[in-house]
Ligand binder design. Structure first.
Ligand code: S3P
Length: 440
């Protein structure tokens, strides 16, 4: 097993400016929607991470020509009915987003296909997508446990009205993509609003996808004539979050993060940090697509926080970081209504609890969350931390290690490449420089 020595407390803090890598959710969608549009889609600032490369390989296997020009990705889309039967099973790697969105995209095609993935992905639930797709007439077979491998027998779909049982942008997006191929309009009703990148991007490509004023009801008109577009992917808030937290909890820090997506369905971490007392300035930039901003963060003392079910979708991927912030705050924090954390790349309630215990932080595991007792000073129980093969746990623990005065190490650090291959290089650049920040 690979192991990496982590940096301990930097006495002078973290300093410098980062241009964040492209948003993972938006990079996946640009490839998939580009593939079913007519003509060329140019993707700028695409996230070259393992998860997004799984989507790229999958659309190639479905007969789509994808080229790279410099840093740009060019997708030669073939329209809504232009995908071809793949020669063998499609490899989804570690990527839940690729799997669920592709299930929606392939349900209404006129060919069969099979999806498989790595050992983590093979444990994750897929009936949450196949069940609602069945109400549109889809034929999708999972294992008896409702997991991969999944067989999709493409067939014509009906428009349907579907009320979602769980708050999941992946499930919603799969249904929207399937609804594009149906024989009539569909309505999808969410439980709590989730990230809306699919709806925004489809509108840009020419689809008639409406979101009602309740922000929960989405209507989709089928058979749109989608036209290739140029997409500039904004920086990923979920990657920026590691440095927003690092800048807050490491004394004497001052970090600027450039060009970060501040779509309201993704800014739960920003709202939570500000509520806890963080010192963050937001400088919004002009943009033609998703809203973006430069963010400047300086160290600050933290108060505890309480998060419940309604807060979860906008902060779902950052909840491990909330647990870390809570571990540094003065008092008790609680996270509830977050049972979805158990179905991520790892069971993140279990892995976060286990790793924070190594740092001497009392965490009580709940079925749907955690109770965390903040400790201004940690008494390290175990210096060998573990990513558990989960990118976000690995990055969270590398940030946590910066609070320790003794050096800690991390098992399976390479997991970070799922969403942020340059994570350690970016972190090192903040440890090694003391530069003026410029927010504009
Ligand atoms: C994603 C949605 C979220 C998130 C995942 C990416 C997306 O999953 O955790 O990292 O791109 O739609 P759920 O919608 O299933 O919670």
């Amino acid at each position: 097993m690979t192991k990496r020595e982590l940096s301990a407390l930097p006495k002078l803090g973290l300093h410098g400016t980062l241009l964040l890598p492209g948003d993972k959710s938006i990079s996946h969608r640009a490839l998939l929607i580009g593939a079913i549009s007519n003509g060329e889609t140019v993707i700028k600032h695409f996230l070259h991470s393992n998860d997004c490369l799984n989507t790229l390989q999958a659309i190639r296997a479905l007969g789509i020509d994808v080229a790279q020009h410099g840093a740009d990705i060019i997708v030669h889309g073939k329209g809504l009915h232009g995908l071809k039967q793949p020669a063998g099973p499609l490899d989804m790697g570690n990527s839940g987003t690729t799997t669920r969105l592709i299930m929606g995209l392939l349900a209404g095609q006129n060919f069969q296909s099979e999806l498989n993935g790595d050992s983590s992905l093979q444990k994750r639930p897929m009936r949450r997508v196949s069940d609602p797709l069945t109400t549109m007439g889809a034929d999708i077979q999972t294992t008896a446990a409702g997991t991969l491998p999944v067989k999709i027998v493409g067939r014509s779909l009906h428009g349907a009205d579907i009320k979602l049982q769980i708050a999941s942008a992946q499930v919603k997006s799969a249904l929207i993509l399937a609804a594009l191929l149906a024989d009539g309009p569909s309505t999808i009703i969410e439980k709590i609003p989730t990230r809306d990148h699919t709806e925004r991007m489809l509108r840009k490509f020419g689809a008639n996808v409406q979101t009602a004023s309740d922000k929960l009801t989405i209507t989709v008109e089928p058979q749109p004539d989608l036209k290739g577009q140029t997409i500039t992917v904004p920086g990923d808030m979920s990657s920026a979050a590691f440095f927003l937290v690092a800048g807050t909890i490491i004394p004497n820090s001052d970090i600027t993060l450039r060009n970060v997506n501040i779509n309201k369905t993704r800014t739960g971490i920003l709202d939570a940090l500000l509520k806890m007392g963080a010192d963050i300035q937001v400088h919004e930039l002009a943009s033609q697509g998703e809203p973006v901003a430069n963010l400047r963060v300086k160290s600050a003392p933290l108060s505890p926080i309480k998060l419940g079910e309604e807060d979860i979708p906008a902060i779902i991927d950052e909840l491990p970081l909330i647990a870390l912030l809570a571990a540094c705050a003065h008092g008790q924090s609680t996270i509830t209504g977050a049972q979805e954390l158990r179905f991520k790349e790892t069971d993140r309630i279990a892995t976060v609890t286990q790793e924070l215990h190594k740092l001497g932080v009392p965490v009580k595991e709940l079925p749907d969350g955690m109770i965390i007792e903040g400790q201004p000073v940690w008494r390290i129980n175990d210096p060998i931390l573990d990513s558990h093969g989960d990118h976000r746990i690995g990055m969270m623990m590398a940030i946590a290690a910066l609070r320790s005065t003794t050096r800690l190490s991390l098992n399976e650090p390479e997991a970070v490449s799922v969403s942020y291959p340059a994570f350690f290089a970016d972190l090192n650049s903040l440890l090694n420089q003391k530069r003026e920040c410029d927010l504009t």
